[in-house]
Ligand binder design. Structure first.
Ligand SMILES: *Cc1c(COP(=O)(O)O)cnc(C)c1O
Ligand code: SF4
Length: 352
């Protein structure tokens, strides 16, 4: 089934004053290559450059750097059935749809989002059969596209099927919907999310200006329903690549009962180099935040290693080995060095 939700055209963006007339000729091929879509909520919030840059195409998207890949995180490397990725033993990601309510210009799945709609039923059945037959899987992560573009009826059917599989403990949903289309967080949607295994929701959000009053209300409904809320943010040049902007976002999230989980280094998707910072810059920002904001507000800065090798924390590194075995140098939040030593087993202590 193809994706039938309305797209936003270059002309619409021109009318909104979000692109300059002079850029239209260069943007038309970009719009052919990578779909454009914003919800009314995000069109409204696009008076903020931090929001607009995430959704409004840029002529720089026509630049492909040699390191950029069509499958940046290797989703297709570990796919036992269509739509399913099984990279870590205890959890799988299941792309239940390729549709989203918005198309983010930096999306790591930009080659596939919007190309097709919902995962066909035979593929969904095959994925669920694989999960049922694989007792090591404890957690099923619904992704996409955006899983919350599915109807509550479809989500409920998936959640209820997962509830019949004894080894599946956790249903995790990665979504942008509470922010970009908060009206979709209805009582029916919440009932669907809570009809299966213990549900966790991971909100993708990158700038405090996305958290409109309607988004705040939607997050409140989810939290009130007892669904634990986490967030993931992509570090994006020109959007949120400074400590002030991220501090504001992470504090706003915690205020909304959302625990910042991951800060992603921007993946190597085609035409996204204008968004990418260096890893050193990301580490500097994280080090600055460590000294400034509550530990509850701090996510882990991670890189999804290109090629499907998994996500790993990339610092900053606060501890390095010292010269003597068991000795370390530790950097405090203000950047000062301290020594630390493990107990030395050769120096036994006798208490009498
Ligand atoms: C990111 C990802 C996960 C989830 O990883 P966590 O570190 O548990 O959040 C699982 N499977 C795949 C294939 C992923 O890309
Ligand atoms: S909502 Fe997520 S999957 Fe969809 S375009 Fe944005 S980043 Fe990509």
């Amino acid at each position: 089934m193809s994706d039938t939700r309305a797209s936003v055209t270059v002309d619409d963006l021109l009318r909104d004053g979000l692109i300059a007339p002079a850029d239209v000729p260069a943007l038309s091929p970009v719009a052919q290559d990578f779909r454009i879509r914003l919800t009314p909520a995000m069109r409204g919030a696009s008076t903020s450059p931090g929001v607009a840059r995430q959704f409004v195409p840029d002529t720089a998207e026509s630049i492909t750097r040699p390191e950029e890949l069509t499958d940046p995180i290797g989703d297709r490397v570990h796919s036992p059935t269509p739509g399913l990725t099984h990279r870590y033993p205890d959890r799988v990601i299941l792309a239940v749809t390729q549709s989203c309510e918005v198309y983010c210009r930096f999306c790591f799945r930009r080659e596939t989002v919007g190309a097709t709609g919902t995962l066909p039923q035979p593929d969904l059945d095959a994925a669920l059969d694989y999960i049922r037959a694989t007792p090591a899987i404890h957690e099923v992560i619904l992704t996409g596209g955006d899983p919350l573009t599915l109807s509550p009826r479809r989500l409920r059917a998936i959640a209820e099927t997962l509830a019949t599989i004894p080894h599946v403990d956790i249903l995790r949903l990665h979504t942008r919907i509470p922010v970009v289309a908060p009206d979709r967080i209805t009582d029916g949607m919440i009932a669907a999310l809570t009809s299966g295994p213990t549900a966790f929701l991971v909100l993708h959000t990158n700038h405090a200006d996305e958290l409109t009053p309607a988004a705040t209300a939607a997050l409140g409904r989810l939290a009130d329903a007892g669904i634990p809320l986490l967030s993931q943010t992509v570090l994006l040049r020109g959007v949120n690549d400074d400590a002030d902007t991220l501090a504001q976002l992470f504090r706003a999230l915690v205020r909304n009962r959302v625990k910042p989980y991951y800060l992603h280094h921007c993946d190597l998707a085609r035409g996204t180099s204008h968004f990418r910072t260096t890893i050193v810059r990301g580490q500097e920002i994280m080090a600055e935040l460590r000294g400034r904001i509550s530990g509850m507000c701090l996510p882990t800065y991670v890189l999804d290693i290109p090629g499907g090798f998994g996500k790993v924390p990339i610092g900053p590194q606060h501890v390095t080995p010292g010269a003597a075995p068991g000795s370390y140098t530790v950097i405090d939040p203000q950047g000062r060095s301290h020594s630390y030593a493990d107990p030395d087993p050769s120096r036994s202590v006798h208490n009498r």
